[in-house]
Design a protein around this ligand. Structure first.
Ligand code: ADP
Length: 369
């Protein structure tokens, strides 16, 4: 059992490429933390530095109380599961799982006990004698996990472990991973570019961009209170609607967009005061845009729009709407069988709107977490 602390961590590759910049992160003992962000944002590099597979250019890495910057990967008490599984093709499932324990000169009986226990947990018992090529993608992934589990490490590291699986298998493996974490009660750090995976697995998620942490919070807090425009756009499917505009110079609660105006709730006044007259973005999630007849009681401000396209997903419907140059999405309960013909009136739930500074992208209205 261990916590992991990153203090002012940098990775600078030759040629002055700063892949990771001033990362400060404390992962608690038994916590499941997911690093998420677009390709090239520095997630894998961060994970590989924790694993000891990359040198740390600057900063301090601790596992438990111990500084491990210069500790050999094999002495860090961690186990890593890779995207490509990295199984030995000529070894059976049993041998693959037993291998690292053999190297560490564990007694045969102990190896056997651990391998069988992991195989039982991961439902691999009937495949122990098979070679990896005779397994499905999901089964191979489970063997890769089994190989990590037998080592009983203090920290598990996962680098995009599900990205080679098909969509259905990914969903079921996601559930298995959550279950594994529950059972093992071990610290886990997980890297993915898939924000749904991050949202569903993480106790906390760390959103990264260009080597820099943008936000680190519980998934629902990241969703409801994105720190900046980047996080607002990255987390959420479909993404948050963002409208260009400005706050009125004489009334910071009045947002003036290209095609509509709304008066924001009084509760935002103190946060917005300093931005009167400034360019901002008005952000609102598609599910917080209500069709006429479905708006919250007392909700009177609306914007008009016409339907451009609709995606029917079964339980819900994503309406792609237009108003002049503004385009936005509206997520609607499909069971209500709404009429989307002609000019529509859309009522934003203004209490859940966000205002972002157009210059810095910072969420001005984010509630302090
Ligand atoms: P991610 O895992 O988020 O996709 P990476 O951590 O792999 O991103 O990479 C972060 C950045 O570091 C990228 O811009 C990548 O091109 C760069 N990078 C990764 N490995 C090296 C390397 N060995 N040498 C130089 N640059 C690298």
């Amino acid at each position: 059992m261990a916590d992991v602390t990153l203090e002012g961590i940098y990775k600078i590759y030759p040629g002055d490429v700063t892949a990771v910049r001033d990362v400060n992160l404390h992962v608690n003992d038994k916590e499941f933390v997911v690093l998420v962000g677009p390709s090239g944002c520095g997630k894998s590099t961060t994970l590989r530095m924790i694993a000891g597979l990359e040198d740390i250019s600057k900063g301090t890495l601790k596992i438990g109380e111990k500084v491990v910057n210069d500790v050999n990967p094999s002495n860090r008490d961690i186990a890593m599961v890779f995207q490509d599984y990295a199984l030995y093709p000529h070894m059976s499932v049993y041998e693959n799982m037993a291998f690292s324990l053999k190297l560490r000169k564990f007694a045969k009986t102990e190896i056997d006990k651990r391998v069988r226990e992991a195989a039982r947990m991961l439902e691999l018992e009937e495949y122990l004698e098979r070679k990896p090529k005779a397994l499905s993608g999901g089964q191979r992934q489970r063997v890769a996990m089994g190989r990590a589990v037998v080592r009983e490490p203090s920290v598990f590291l996962f680098d995009e472990p599900l990205s080679n699986l098909d969509a259905k298998m990914r969903v079921s493996m996601r559930a298995e991973l959550a279950d594994l974490h529950q059972r093992l009660q071990t610290t886990m750090i997980y890297v993915t570019h898939d924000q749904i995976e991050a949202m569903t697995l993480g106790d906390r998620i760390v959103v990264m961009k260009d080597g820099v942490i943008q936000q680190c919070d519980a998934p629902l807090d990241v969703y409801a209170f994105p720190e900046n425009e980047f996080v607002a756009r990255f987390i959420g499917t479909p993404p948050m609607n963002l409208f260009d505009g400005a706050l009125a110079a004489d009334n910071p609660l009045l947002f003036k967009g290209n095609t509509f105006e709304v008066t924001l709730p009084d509760s935002m006044k103190s946060a917005l005061q300093a931005f009167a007259g400034k360019k901002v973005l008005f952000g609102i999630r598609p599910e917080d845009m209500k069709l006429e007849g479905q708006q919250d009681a007392g909700s009177e401000q609306s914007l008009s729009a016409t339907l451009h396209m609709k995606e029917t997903l079964g339980n819900e419907l994503i309406a792609h709407l237009r108003n002049g140059d503004d385009q936005f999405l509206c997520r609607i309960d499909a069971h209500s069988r709404p009429s989307l013909d002609g000019e529509l009136k859309i009522y934003p739930v203004l209490e859940r709107a966000h205002i972002f500074d157009a210059e810095s992208g910072k969420n001005i209205t984010k509630s302090p977490s």
